[in-house]
Design a protein around this ligand. Sequence first.
Ligand code: PLP
Length: 382
Amino acid sequence: MIQYPIYLDYNATTPVDPRVMETMLPYFTTHFGNAASRTHAYGWVAEEAVAMAREQVGSLINAAASEIIFTSGATEAVNLTIRGVFDLYHAKGKHIITCNIEHKAVLDTCELIKSIGGEITILEVMPNGLPDLVELEKAIRPDTILISIMYANNEIGSIMPIAEIGTIAKKHNVLFFSDATQAVGKIPVDVIKDNIDLLALSAHKLYGPKGVGALYVRRKNPRVKLKALQYGGGHEKGMRSGTLNVPGIVGLGKACAICKTEMEAETKRISKLRDQLLNGLLALGCTALNGEKKLLLPHVANVSFNVPEANQLINQLQKQIAVSSGSACTSASTEPSYVLKALGISDELAAGSIRFSLGRFTTEQEIEDVIKYVTEVVNEMR
Ligand SMILES: Cc1ncc(COP(=O)(O)O)c(C=O)c1O
C-alpha cells in the first residue's frame, strides 16, 4: 500500500532504517552508560559500542577508526573544520577556497571567517555544476590553507571531481575538506584514494538518526590538527568536548554498516527508478533536467517545468507528493535557488524547478504514481 504523500525528498532527510532503530534502542535504556565512565561496566559497554561505531563509520570511507570525531551533524562538522583550520593554521595563511554551490553550512561559515580577517575565494561552477579545475589551481596562493569543495551537491546532485581536486590540493600542500553529506552511503567514498584530509557526514541522510554526524580528520600524511569550537571534558581527542550521544552514534555506525554492504545493489535499483521517473517527466515536453545526467548522484533528478506559474507546482502536488525545490534549510525562502542560478538557469525556470530525491524505501509503484500525478497537474497548468 502506498503511503501519501509519496516521499521523494530523501536529500532533505531519510527515515531511520528499522534495523538501525533496533540497534539503537538498548542504548537508551539497558545500556545507558556514559562512554567516558571508566570505573564501571555501564561505561565500558557504552565505550565499546562507540568504538564499534567508529570502526563502522571509518570503514565506509576507508578511514581508520581513530580518525573519526563524532559531532551533532554535518553542520557542526563543517564549522569545526573551517573555523578550526583557520584558527590553527592562520600563521601559515588566511586564504580559503570554496565554490558558489556549497551548502549554506560552508558558505555562511566562510562569511564568518571573512568577518574575522580571513580571505575567501568563491569559485563559480560551470553550467554542469562542477568547478573549473584550472580556475581552482589558479586560485591557490602561498597563503591558501584550505580548499573546501562538497562531494556532491544537495540540490542538483552533481558529483564533484573530488579525486582531481585532492591531487591538486596535495600538490600545493593545501588541506582539502569535503562536505560529503549527500555522497556518503550513496556512492563509494574513499578518503585515501581521493586525498581528502577532512570530510563531513551526517547520519540522517543515510537512514540513521537526526542530530548526529561525524568528521574525518586525517592522522598521517599529513597529520591534521584543529582548534576546537567547544571546550569541556576533552572528549573526542579534545576536538569536541561534551558527553557522547551514545544511541545516536550507535545508530550512525549501524547505518554506515548497512550502506557498506547494500550500497551497490541499492544504487542499481534506485538509479533505475530515478531514470524511469526522469524519462516520464521529460516526456511531458515542457521539462528539462538541471545538470548533466552522467555527473549526477544516482538517486537525484532536479527538473525544471516550463509552464505558467510553475512556482506553484510544488503546492499543487503537496497532497500526493512530498518534494522540495532544493535545500530544506532554505525551503521557506521565496527566492529562486542560488544553486540553480549559479548554473545559469533563469529566475523563472529556477522558481519552477523541483528536486526529486529517491531512496531506500521508494518503490516502482510510487514512481508510476508520481509520474501520473505530475502529468495531470502539469496538463492542467498549461
Ligand atoms: C551538503 C550538505 N551539507 C550539510 C548539511 C547539513 O547537515 P546536518 O543536517 O547534519 O547539519 C546538509 C543537509 O541538508 C547538506 O545537504
